[in-house]
Design a binder for this molecule. Structure first.
Ligand code: ARG
Length: 584
């Protein structure tokens, strides 16, 4: 089914045509249509245009009004203020465009003009380490962006660039060699046990490492063995990875998020490429030797004392680190996976790293106008006190505890409201509400901003929360159930009440909103849209009786608005990775 052009876009085009008819030198100027309180839309663009071309804006606006032809779309166009156009569309046009959306599975959401392949680097915890709220953000934002991009026709490939390589593995593996039964066979453990085993080994090995110089030396040698592919060392390394994956999967499952094994491609996967990457950079002169290390310098990146801060591709001892793995990953993603966009969902605190990595890749010719890289650097999760989120004891909060608590709090809310739900149903809804609340709180804030992790606020029934949206959805489903055999049906001839028009115009903006939110990597725009949709629905519901409307046609038409609202909420929430239970 073809996508549906929104009324805003259609009206904008109509005004633009009238404008260039009235004033040929205006060319293809944008009339800048906005939703407005005074009318349905207001065109603000004529003012600046008249100023630029030296005319009187009100006069120009008058000419545009004269040039706009009448048909079923526009009900009223008038000049207002210094040269705005106030535009009201016909009720039948609103219902007509909504009927077209309703007839489409995709609700008329357009596909992107030139879809490409985006490799999205997100949900990247570290092996043998507990996940924290930062990893939560990457997973939640990345998953939503991916859903949105997929839906607009982009091909997406996920990459979970887990921290599974580096010097700490020398310490861990050496410890395991010397204390062989410290890690139970992976198959016997569940997620929580896996993490507590890893934690224990991590702490114990760190303690020996810090106190025993000879162990430190053995651990250092173990790193060399690992990087050069020694079998026994690799086998033990694999056990840490496997054990960690059990834990990762248990957290992602709790998060109601699908992670595919073939997309878990960590730092280690690029080990075989790193020497070549270094050689290429050195031979092309992009990287230079400095005090034995291979580094890249940047004019505009300086640290204290105005000293240039280089990107280290290879350390003086020959070892490769985080930068070498990211640079190698770029080569793989661009040349093997044929990406057109590389999207990274990584803490904003790593933005300098990515600036340097991207610039290096550009100099090497791996990134260019055809292949772009972007770090969607997200802000910090703060506690209620406005400081980075920590436990009372000052430790990082265990992600699983946090999710469990959110679900528990949601259960209280669900139980209080539940009338005919069994205990099992309450628990199932509580998971959907609690996890939805955590995701929504994250996604409704612009990713670049910090946000407060406040469970009270997150599971509140009032305000900008997922629970509010989920209740709006469930309420509509209950009306649709009560309607029985009466089918939601659009009746184009009906006059609409103000609350119906407002809801209708907003429903019609869904396609434009999804397209914009996907193109700008801005899930918060979709969240804001959905919240407003639920609010407009609430007003509609208060002002317009549905099942008790005056005529059978009006009942059907209002059911139609209910049904389209529910489908739009459901689709929009699904794009954010949030469930909408049928009953709450
Ligand atoms: N594992 C890293 C961390 O926890 C994030 C990895 C980000 N992705 C990347 N390609 N560097 O900080």
């Amino acid at each position: 089914m073809a996508s549906v052009t929104s009324l805003a876009a259609t009206v904008n085009q109509r005004v633009a045509d009238a404008l260039s008819a009235a004033l040929p030198e205006a060319g293809a100027a944008d009339p800048l249509l906005r939703r407005s309180d005074r009318a349905d839309f207001q065109a603000n663009g004529l003012l600046a245009l008249a100023k630029k071309l030296g005319g009187n804006p009100r006069e120009l606006a008058g000419k545009v009004v004269d040039a706009i032809g009448a048909d079923g779309l526009l009900k009223d166009v008038e000049v207002s203020g210094p040269g705005f156009l106030n535009i009201t569309v016909a009720d039948t046009a609103i219902t007509g465009t909504l009927a077209a959306r309703a007839a489409d599975d995709r609700l008329g959401v357009p596909y992107a003009d030139a879809p490409g392949t985006t490799i999205i680097d997100y949900a990247q915890p570290n092996v043998a380490k507990e996940m924290h709220v930062g990893h939560l953000r990457s997973a939640v934002i990345g998953d939503a962006l991916r859903n949105m991009l997929d839906f607009t026709g982009e091909k997406t490939i996920g990459r979970h660039h887990i921290g599974d390589w580096g010097t700490q593995f020398g310490m861990l593996i050496q410890y395991l060699i010397e204390n062989p039964d410290q890690l139970a066979p992976a198959a016997d453990t569940d997620g929580e046990q896996a993490m507590s085993n890893l934690n224990r080994v991590y702490k114990a090995s760190r303690a020996v490492f810090d106190s025993d110089e000879e162990f430190k030396e053995r651990a250092r040698k173990r790193v060399v063995a690992l990087q050069s592919g020694d079998r026994q060392t690799l086998d033990l390394w694999q056990r840490f990875v496997d054990e960690s994956k059990i834990y990762f999967y248990s957290v992602f499952e709790k998060l109601d998020m699908e992670i595919r094994d073939e997309e878990i491609v960590g730092e280690s996967a690029y080990n075989d490429l790193m020497a070549e990457t270094a050689r290429m950079l050195e031979e092309s002169g992009v990287a230079v030797r400095s005090e034995g290390a291979l580094v890249v310098f940047f004019d505009d990146i300086k640290g204290k004392d105005d000293k240039p801060v280089p990107l280290i591709v290879q350390k003086a001892d020959g070892g490769f680190g985080y930068a070498a793995s990211d640079l190698s990953a770029i080569r793989n993603r661009v040349f093997d996976l044929r990406a057109t966009t590389l999207l990274y969902v990584v803490d904003v605190r790593q933005s300098l790293h990515f600036r340097m990595v991207f610039e290096t890749a550009r100099r090497a010719g791996w990134l260019n106008d055809e292949v772009k890289a972007h770090n969607m650097g997200y802000g910090t999760v703060l506690g209620a006190d406005g400081k980075p989120f920590k436990t009372r004891a000052g430790e990082t909060v265990r992600l699983e505890d946090l999710l469990d608590e959110a679900v528990q709090r949601a259960a209280e809310v669900v139980r209080e409201k539940a009338q005919d739900l069994t205990e099992d149903e309450i628990q199932e809804r509580a998971a959907q509400v609690g996890i939805g609340a955590v995701k929504y709180a994250d996604l409704s804030t612009s990713p670049s901003r910090d946000y407060k992790f406040d469970l009270d606020q997150m599971v509140s029934l009032n305000g900008d929360t997922s629970v509010y949206l989920q209740y709006a959805y469930a309420r509509i489903q209950s009306i649709l159930r009560k309607a029985g055999a009466t089918e939601p049906t659009a009746h184009l001839e009906l006059e609409l009440a103000p609350a119906e028009r407002a809801l209708g115009l907003h429903l019609d903006a869904f396609g434009d909103t999804v397209a914009e939110a996907a193109a700008e990597y801005a899930p918060h725009k979709l969240a804001a849209y959905l919240y407003q949709l639920a609010s407009l629905y609430t007003t509609f519901y208060d002002q317009c009786p549905v099942l008790k409307a005056d005529t059978p046609q009006q009942v059907e038409n209002r059911l139609f608005l209910c049904d389209l609202t529910a489908r739009t909420l459901h689709r929009g929430m699904a794009l954010l990775g949030i469930r909408t239970p049928e009953r709450l």
